[in-house]
Each structure stands twice: as C-alpha cells, then as structure tokens.
Design a binder for this molecule. Structure first.
Ligand code: FES
Length: 82
C-alpha cells in the first residue's frame, strides 16, 4: 500500500507509515523493543529520541544502529536481542 513500509522486527512483519523511524516502528510492534538491559536485567528504553543517549541500539540488517536515527526501509530486518 502506498505511503506505508513493511519491515521485519524480530521476525514479525510490521507495517508503518513511510518515513517512520525504527524507534516508532518498535513502538507500533509493541514492547520496549531495544537490545539494551540494565545490570539487573531490566529492559532499557529510548530516552532522548535524538541520537544522544544510545539507549535505542538495535541490530538493523545485521549492523548495530540507533533506532531513533534510522528511517524504516522496505524489507528492513530489525533484531532487538543482543
Ligand atoms: S533514543 Fe536516545 S539515542 Fe536513540
């Protein structure tokens, strides 16, 4: 469908508005959706939304990137586990 992008998040197909960030797509998919955890094992969450805090690191097409600074592309594969 025009104006939308289809990507894979942890193997789940997710459809988002074209131009959405991966961080937004992770929210659409549900859950916290980031790879980082605290020393106690609790999931950490995106904080700044502008590339400063580094809390939104995920693997995108096999490379570690910041979800808030990456625009979704058709067929992109996002993995949230480290
Ligand atoms: S949310 Fe802070 S770097 Fe992405």
């Amino acid at each position: 469908m025009s104006g939308e992008t289809l990507l894979h998040i942890d193997g789940q197909l997710v459809r988002v508005k074209a131009g959405s960030s991966v961080a937004a797509a992770l929210r659409v998919a549900g859950g916290v959706g980031v790879a980082r955890t605290s020393v106690t094992g609790q999931p950490r969450a995106p904080f700044c939304g502008m590339g400063v805090c580094q809390e939104c690191r995920v693997f995108i097409d096999g490379r570690r990137r910041l979800a808030c600074q990456t625009v979704c592309a058709e067929g992109m594969r996002v993995e949230t586990s480290e």
